[in-house]
Design a protein around this ligand. Structure first.
Ligand SMILES: C[S@@+](CC[C@H](N)C(=O)[O-])C[C@H]1O[C@@H](n2cnc3c(N)ncnc32)[C@H](O)[C@@H]1O
Length: 169
């Protein structure tokens, strides 16, 4: 849903202080715009991914600087973890990642309990998969779910990883 539509709906059908309920919140557009306009919010979704996105929008860091320092701290901490055993990852998932990238993603994602984690998790999800270089996995087919598209994805083409320390080299 476009944010402009959510804003129109929130302003037309509720007043500041009232409760806005979105039981199918998806990417959290309605909850975000409602909370931004002084409404109380109750949001739900059956998808864990959708719930991460809504929580991230409702509890985002207050500034870009705060978000970056949160990310830097999490990356530094994740960099100290032992390397995860990739044999525990389903083979069809492994096929989408360079092994080093997948280890870094898993370590970063394992930081779950710190405040702000939902925001970081949402950011991580946002860069996991796409067709262009800069995203963390090899491109997948638009037409066939879970099919890695080999025509445009030589492993050497995908250089971006989670760790900024590596990408600066
Ligand atoms: C069209 S999307 C909502 C989009 C949302 N308005 C937005 O701006 O992103 C519908 C959502 O309903 C969720 N959904 C479908 N069946 C559900 C159920 N039984 N209980 C809770 N959520 C459900 C889906 O996971 C999906 O995120």
């Amino acid at each position: 849903m476009k944010n402009s539509i959510a804003v129109e709906l929130v302003e037309r059908f509720s007043k500041p202080g009232e409760l806005v309920v979105d039981p199918f919140a998806g990417a959290g557009t309605i909850p975000f715009e409602a909370a931004s306009r002084g409404r109380r919010v109750l949001a739900a979704d059956i998808s864990p991914y959708a719930r991460i996105l809504s929580k991230a929008k409702l509890a985002a860091p207050r500034s870009l600087g705060a978000a970056l320092s949160l990310a830097e701290r999490a990356l530094a901490e994740a960099g100290c973890f032992a390397k995860p055993d990739l044999r525990e990852v389903p083979p069809w998932v492994r096929r989408f990642y360079h092994p080093d990238t997948l280890r870094e993603v898993l370590n970063f994602a394992s930081i779950r309990r710190r405040p702000g984690n939902q925001f970081l998790m949402a950011c991580l999800h946002g860069i996991l998969h796409h067709q262009r270089p800069g995203f963390l996995s090899y491109p997948s087919s638009h037409l066939v779910p879970y099919l890695r598209d080999r025509k445009i994805s030589a492993p050497s083409q995908i250089k971006h990883r989670v760790s900024p320390a590596r990408s600066r080299k």
